[in-house]
Design a protein around this ligand. Structure first.
Ligand SMILES: *[C@@H]1O[C@H](CO)[C@@H](O)[C@H](O)[C@H]1NC(C)=O
Ligand SMILES: *[C@@H]1O[C@H](CO)[C@@H](O)[C@H](O)[C@H]1NC(C)=O
Length: 181
């Protein structure tokens, strides 16, 4: 017959509780050490989700983020377009989506011109050192090196300030239509 010792379990339980508390606390204190009392910039926030800052152009005036759901809205001071590797990108002044580590989905407000069409980029995923822009039927992979600096509206990465010019690994992958409906 087993008689489970009751009193020795109590300290262990307390330790476990402390451990859980500690983990929860570290999860909730995610503000970067660099910013003391102000909230992180949108570019710092991208870094917290393992994305490079250059995913957003310069000129962000504000953002909203629900850190529970990852839903965000970013405001640019104007609509913005530029070219990366011969591909035209267009950012609206309001961009929204749902962000999690290495993945942005339900994206609205960024378009890429593929052949003759402006297509909405609906998803951005980071896989190692590649960033994939997905437009549903096709996706384009860019090297993450392209995004260490934020592009400037108009001239993108080819402004006269030494940014850009990096050889990037770029390819456009067309996916066969797969019906999700
Ligand atoms: C938008 O922001 C960019 C970068 O900060 C700045 O150069 C530009 O003058 C701003 N444009 C307007 C219309 O405020
Ligand atoms: C975040 O979204 C959840 C679910 O929609 C909602 O319950 C919560 O109030 C939101 N938090 C903030 C800070 O808006």
């Amino acid at each position: 017959m087993f008689s489970s010792p009751k009193s020795p379990q109590t300290p262990m339980d307390s330790l476990a509780t402390l451990g859980i508390l500690f983990v929860s606390l570290s999860l909730f204190t995610t503000s970067p050490a660099a910013t003391s009392d102000s909230s992180p910039t949108v570019y710092e926030l991208l870094a917290e989700y393992d994305f490079p800052p250059g995913l957003l152009p310069k000129g962000v005036t504000g953002y909203e983020l629900n850190s529970t759901t990852g839903k965000f809205t970013v405001y640019l001071n104007k609509t913005c377009s530029f070219t990366i590797d011969g591909y035209n990108l267009k950012y609206k002044s309001e961009i929204s989506g749902t962000i999690s580590t290495d993945k942005i989905k339900d994206l609205k407000g960024i378009q890429v011109k593929v052949l003759f069409f402006w297509l909405n980029i609906v998803e951005v995923t980071k896989d190692g050192d590649e960033i994939e822009f997905s437009v549903g039927i096709a996706s384009a992979d860019f090297s993450v090196d392209n995004f260490y600096e934020s592009p400037e509206c108009g001239c993108g990465f080819d402004c006269d300030n030494g940014i850009g010019g990096k050889a990037s690994k770029f390819r456009l992958n067309f996916r066969p239509f797969v019906s999700d409906s």
